[in-house]
Design a protein around this ligand. Structure first.
Ligand SMILES: C[S@@+](CC[C@H](N)C(=O)[O-])C[C@H]1O[C@@H](n2cnc3c(N)ncnc32)[C@H](O)[C@@H]1O
Length: 273
């Protein structure tokens, strides 16, 4: 859910054509790396199979599999899971299409369950979080650990009100230019609303095809401009720890992931099974 900036490399080179959904996901989430050392460290300290909840296109799952861990990547989005599966070819990654609030896997001995990138904020209220916490606990071994990244701080802005906004994220994929423009981050009651405008443009002509001295022509827009809105329910460390206790977990000291120039900071709430 990171708000980040700049032009991004998207997906592995030479891969099959990507679904637009995967391109947007890679563009808007894929460049975040500040949390990876913590997941690697938790995986090394909690040896055994890992369950990555809300795994998306595999940003974290693939990193841990490359480090030699066995990972089950769970997500409700079949298109993202399909991309993850293709990227994980040859690695110890299992994909599972399921909902975080209701999953039932045969495997119940996970050493570590991860919920990276503030995905837990997508669950609606204590009821949905409680359902997820109960499912997570049921799938962890007795000494297992659940680690959930929550929002630490964030800046509000509104492009329509003339506020400065982060630079759009851009990527050129299969000859098409994708641009995601951050438009607004606002608080509505207990929710943070993040709005982006997504535009698909014809990629500019190669420099050799342009007359000398001519700058890039403006790119033609392909299709409608799409508005993407994500709502995050706010939750504090102490609230999540209290809900964890209700689900049978024992909280351990939370860990901070500081903000970077491009991304907001997180707190990772740690709950022992
Ligand atoms: C912000 S992305 C994070 C992706 C990945 N974990 C990462 O860190 O790059 C959130 C992911 O959670 C998934 N998701 C959201 N709600 C879910 C739910 N109730 N059950 C399973 N997956 C869910 C979305 O499909 C999406 O892939």
């Amino acid at each position: 859910l990171g708000l980040n900036q700049g032009q991004r490399p998207v997906g592995p080179p030479g891969a099959r054509p990507m679904a637009p959904e995967v391109v947007w996901h890679d563009l808007e989430c894929g460049s975040y790396r500040a949390d990876l050392p913590l997941w690697r460290d938790l995986a090394a300290r909690n040896p055994g199979p890992i369950l990555d909840v809300g795994a998306g296109a595999g940003r974290v799952a693939l990193e841990l599999a490359q480090a030699g861990h066995e990972v089950t990547a769970l997500d409700r989005d079949p298109v993202l899971l399909d991309a993850l599966g293709a990227r994980a070819a040859g690695m110890a990654v299992h994909t599972v299409r399921a909902d975080a609030r209701s999953f039932e896997l045969e495997q119940r001995d996970f050493a570590l369950c991860l919920v990276p990138m503030q995905t837990i904020h997508l669950l609606d209220g204590a009821g949905e979080r409680g359902a997820f916490l109960t499912r997570a606990r049921a799938h962890l071994r007795p000494s297992g650990l659940l680690a959930c990244a929550i929002l630490a701080d964030f800046e509000l802005f509104d492009r329509a009100a003339g506020d400065p906004v982060p630079t759009p994220e851009r990527a050129c994929v299969d000859g098409v230019l994708y641009a995601s423009h951050p438009m607004r981050v606002a608080v509505r009651g207990r929710r943070v609303v993040v709005e982006r405008e997504r535009r698909i443009l014809a990629a500019p002509a190669a420099p050799a095809a342009r007359p000398a001295g001519h700058a890039d022509p403006p790119a033609d827009q392909i299709g409608e401009c799409e508005r993407d809105v994500v709502e995050l329910e706010l939750i504090s460390t102490s609230e999540l720890e209290r809900e964890g206790r209700l689900a049978g977990f024992a909280p351990r000291p939370a860990v901070e992931i500081p903000p970077t120039e491009d991304h907001v900071g997180s707190v990772v709430v740690l709950l022992g099974a």
